[in-house]
Design a protein around this ligand. Structure first.
Ligand code: DGL
Length: 268
């Protein structure tokens, strides 16, 4: 079991930002990544549909004998409890709680701003997760256009700047001004430079990738699940356009993805 890979999934390539942090924190581990590129975005879909997609993605990973599942998608984290129940006793970790903890570490008294997909904002998971620990005020803003821009590999330039101003200016005008901004969608870290410029240097950007990696490392240690074998090659699955996944995925993963390591699968 210890030498089995860790399974990670997202609606598309955004979760590669989480896998990047995981691979950095846990260099001995082997990862299997699944991007449901055929059905992206999840963020505009109903919670029931996202839950169904998430269960299918998780089952595709457990069918490949993973030892742990990471939901590298804030929107799909709506299905965390359902997946934990369905996959028992396999551990399942989401990105919302680690993100909430990281936000409170950055700005313990708040105010905390959360940018995410429509689904995550509507579901209010960040507000709940933060308020379970603290009474820090939280404001939210859905930024749906950030997802297709990121998947397009469009991470800078006038279009991204204009969209960022449209979403972030009103959010930053709330009083008192937020002290921390949670990138509550795993696609958003690739837009970090533009986002940081638009919100200004006094706002701390919070990305849940590193805290999620820490949570996974802790769980592996607690359950004595760390890999003993030498690191194996990572494997990627996409539900559509695997060649495009390898090409554009590099922006999210931070290093080249061998097209030969990306396979197309159907989910059901
Ligand atoms: N990467 C997903 C998240 O973290 C959202 C992208 C989508 O809308 O599919 O919420």
């Amino acid at each position: 079991m210890n030498d089995a890979p860790i399974g990670i999934f997202d609606s598309g390539m955004g979760g590669l930002t989480v896998m990047r942090a995981l691979a950095l924190r846990l260099p001995r581990e082997q990862f299997i990544y699944l991007g449901d590129t055929a059905r992206l975005p999840y963020g505009t879909k109903s919670a029931d549909t996202v839950r169904r997609y998430a269960l299918q993605a998780a089952h595709a990973l457990t069918g490949r004998a993973v030892k742990l599942v990471v939901i590298a998608c804030n929107t799909a984290s709506v299905s965390l409890a359902a997946l934990q129940e369905a996959l028992k006793p396999l551990p399942v970790i989401g990105v919302i709680e680690p993100g909430a903890r990281a936000a409170l570490k950055a700005a313990p008294q708040g105010p905390i701003a959360v940018i995410a997909t429509e689904g995550t904002v509507k579901g209010g998971a960040y507000v709940r997760a933060i308020h379970e620990i603290s009474q820090a005020p939280v404001v939210q803003q859905a930024c749906p256009l950030f997802v297709p821009m990121a998947e397009e590999g469009l991470t800078s330039g006038p279009i991204v700047e204009a969209v960022a101003h449209r979403y972030l200016d009103p959010l930053m005008a709330t009083m008192p001004k937020p002290r921390a901004l949670v990138l509550g969608c795993t696609h958003f870290p690739v837009l970090k430079e533009v986002i940081a410029r638009v919100v200004g240097p006094d706002v701390i950007l919070v990305d849940s990738a590193a805290t999620t990696a820490e949570a996974v490392a802790q769980l592996l240690a607690e359950r004595d699940l760390a890999r003993a074998a030498p690191p194996g090659p990572h494997h990627f699955f996409a539900t559509d356009a695997p060649d495009r996944f390898a090409r554009v995925g590099e922006i999210f993963f931070g290093k080249p993805i061998d097209p030969g390591s990306v396979e197309q699968i159907d989910l059901q």
